[in-house]
Design a protein around this ligand. Sequence first.
Ligand code: 13P
Length: 249
Amino acid sequence: MAPKTKHFIVIANMKMNVIQDSYLQHYKNLSLTDDNYITVLMPPNPFIITLHNILGKDNVKYLGSQSIFSEKEGSYTGGTSIDMINNYISYVLVGHSERRIFFAENNTDIQKQLKLVIDSNLIPILAVGESSEDKNNNNFQSVIREQLSILNDIQTSNPIYIAYEPIWAIGTGDVADSKYIEDAATFVLNEIKNINPSLDVSLIYGGSVTENNIMDIYNISNVNGVLVGGASADISKFSNILQKIKEAN
Ligand code: 13P
């Protein structure tokens, strides 16, 4: 395989699986970058500043948030405004299926969040993916197209990451096979060329990524990173994933 032209990005979406901030001390000695990869750590929002302090402010480029609210300020109980955290992070994840399902976020909310991220000069990661029902009913293309449609009036010269995360692969151990991921990535990238050709987009994959399958995913030519859920909240599993990529030639 031709060497990757860009650094492979390995994003740790710790979700609500790290519930003690003391656990984050384990991430202090991680190699956050290497010839082959860069890492982005996304702890739960209340721990962003803790992790920022642990890593030091020079490492803000390796920190991100799992979610923001779609408004900047106001009476939104429990919300996290981008302005509360933007000095401590460089990336924000929007549109994750768990936000769509458990927090009822729709395309309008997600587009507002995307614009807030871009206006704050941070790097967005937009997650898209089909459910098993969509897959079985051959609705893959229409569902993904609808999720990507929010990119239509986005204007930025900054990079945007699109995380293709089939819902049926999240937390199930049922990782999509390489051909399926490659075809999905091709579809997503072509679709974005139609919707908004001005965007600088990289495609990453998420769904049951582990140290056992990371190299299969790394070797897919149009995939430039991974969004790791469960395995990112376990320091030894996450370090092993990075180690495998480091050893790739
Ligand atoms: P798992 O790696 O636990 O399947 O989660 C994937 C995911 O949702 C990353 O955002």
